[in-house]
Design a binder for this molecule. Sequence first.
Ligand code: FHN
Length: 475
Amino acid sequence: MEKAGEAMLEKRAIIGAVIICVGTIWLLKGSWNQGLRAGERQQIKIPVETKEQRDQRMAWWREARFGMFIHWGLYALPAGEWQGRRVRGIGEWIMHYGQIPVEEYEPLTKQFNPVKFNADEWVKLAKDAGMKYIVITSKHHDGFCLWDSKLTEYDVVDATPFKRSILKELSDACHKEGIKMCWYHSIMDWHHPDYLPRRPWEKRPAAGADFDRYIRYLKGQVSELLTSFGPIGVMWFDGEWEDTWTHEHGKDLYDYVRNIRPDIIINNRVDKGRRGMAGLTKEGGFRGDFGTPEQEIPATGVAGMDWETCMTMNNTWGYKSYDDNWKSTEDLLHKLVDIASKGGNFLLNVGPTAEGLIPAASVERLQAMGRWVKVNGESIYGTGASPFERPAWGRYTKKKDILYAHVFDWPGDNKLVVEGLKNKVKTAYLLADEERSALKVVQEADRVIVALPQEAPDAIDSVVVLQVEGEIKEK
Ligand code: FHN
């Protein structure tokens, strides 16, 4: 009895110890998350990453190559007009170019009711276009929030008749479809009373504004964005250029975000290192995982540097009712290929209307791009910068032992000359040819000539695949 009793007691003691250990771990985790949620917990320095660790963190983004940018908010209501006048500049800057004081802009919340918004439709449009991630303006410079923030009433749930969390619905749709959800978030805030500097036309006094209190608000909202909507791929900061935001603030915010989600990717506009619209990061230890050229494509790739060109389809990020200067599908596809040929990503913008619809001109172009990507996507996803000079007839992208020749201009003599290729070509075929019928190849010392059919399979970009022996040798 005693032995059995002792054994029973010992067993109970072990079970009790296990329960205490598990409970302690749970409590610690809970408090750690609690601290995360509050956004007030002690921050740890982000350990320096090895190249392998960074490559692993960046892998999905380098594979993706193509994403959708969405600029949406109260500015879709005026749509470029104010008090009966057209206001110059990009649609989301109407508060600035129209010199609209906060008290006159805020009432737009009462009209914001995008009843035609359908997150599943938006995500399907992006996915069918071949886009792998979506970056939406959680808050633009006007300070209006597209989610139910606990830190302000100036948001779509508390302040508008719509009362639905746009970010919740969009993130649910993205997670369902395997599209990475990413947040744009503006550091500059023309609405928050503690943000400085004031706009020149503002009547609100700067006296009493506490910028440190604004930074606590900013970090608290960033914490909400990173802990309320499931996995987030990228924090895409913007509005970092004013003097009140410093390099110290940038370093702190980068570490703060990586503390909350260590695997997240953060653009270089979190800090002060962006070289203007050229967007790449200057020397000096500035934070940010990728450069952000805006409305332009670098002349060449930059070895070892990740970058993403963000671009509008017309001339505005936020919707304007009268901006019909749309880029053609051919131009947009050539830009996608040009960017990939230089080792970059393409973040292509849509500006939805106040009803919640993506403009038809944008939909038409995205659907056409999707038809090309459906056939030729492997020549974009996960490719690296071309090892050769840009050919007159198009571009190159590459993977280890594969060179993709993007032929924009089909040669009149049906001979494709690939200058600089020294590897032995194992086979060549048209990516659009499901049979992958081998094309005749003549190999010379440092160039290859491929015999092409009379007709180009695609009027915009026909891709010829050259599979070679060994890894493609640089020029
Ligand atoms: O001021 C913003 C602008 O409204 C837009 O969001 C672009 C997109 O990258 N970023 C800033 C201008 O550089």
